[in-house]
Design a protein around this ligand. Structure first.
Ligand SMILES: [Zn+2]
Length: 238
């Protein structure tokens, strides 16, 4: 079910371009109403200023629409992927109500994920968006943003035909071993894939794992699985 909640927090996409990315967020608010009020400017704007996604998924799975897909909604903030700094012009933003790392970071609800899958399926079809371009806010703003967070079920989306996830078993060991022994080559591969926002390698590795290898989030060092994962993702997105 799609419910319109028109927001004023948008303008035209640069050059009236089409969206080619989907960026997934969590709201990071204790209640869903808090987020809705913020997006419709019914709450006082603090230092974050005026923001809105195109869509927000409520706790019961309802899909709220704040901004038309053809317009530039203000959801990405300071961010970068590959050479794109105006990610708002390049993307459609989808927020999911979850209290986030500052509160409970509770599991996403089954109804929410079902709605995310059906919504993005439609968006992908409408705008011909490649799976490699379905990203989290933390991917395009590493070090500044953690959402949608390590509990977001990226693998479940991938099984449903949305987004890329690494296929570790199909990777050959030799190339991965080379990245492991020469970490600079690993980070070069990460930036080829798109991660470019920060030069801090520890942050990049952590945010890469938060999305693509959440089971390895707490490992400190570069490991062979991370090397296999980036090779697999590059291969799939080639
Ligand atoms: Zn976000």
């Amino acid at each position: 079910m799609v419910i319109d909640m028109p927001s004023k927090n948008w303008d035209e996409r640069a050059g009236n371009c089409n969206p080619t990315y989907v960026i997934i967020h969590y709201t990071g608010t204790k209640t869903a109403d808090e987020a809705k009020n913020r997006f419709c400017d019914k709450a006082p704007a603090d230092q974050i200023g005026r923001i809105a996604p195109h869509y927000m998924i409520d706790g019961n799975g309802d899909i709220l629409r704040f901004v038309d897909e053809s317009k530039r909604a203000w959801h990405a903030g300071h961010s970068k992927w590959k050479n794109i700094e105006d990610m708002n012009s390049a993307s459609i933003g989808v927020e999911i109500w979850n209290s986030g790392h500052e509160h409970q970071l509770e599991e996403f609800l089954v109804e929410q994920i079902e709605s995310v899958i059906s919504l993005i399926e439609e968006i992908k079809g409408r705008w011909n968006i490649p799976d490699a371009n379905i990203l989290g806010h933390s991917d395009i703003a590493p070090g500044r943003k953690l959402d949608p967070g390590e509990k977001f079920p990226w693998r479940k989306l991938e099984v449903n035909g949305i987004g890329l996830m690494p296929e570790l078993l199909t990777e050959q060991g030799g190339q991965a071993q080379e990245l492991l022994e020469t970490p600079d080559k690993f980070y070069t591969r990460l930036s080829e894939f798109g991660y470019t926002y920060t030069q801090n390698q520890d942050v990049l590795l952590k945010e890469f794992r938060r999305h693509y290898l959440p089971q390895s989030l707490d490992i400190q060092e570069l490991d062979i699985e991370s090397c296999q994962a980036i090779l697999s993702l590059l291969r799939q997105s080639a």
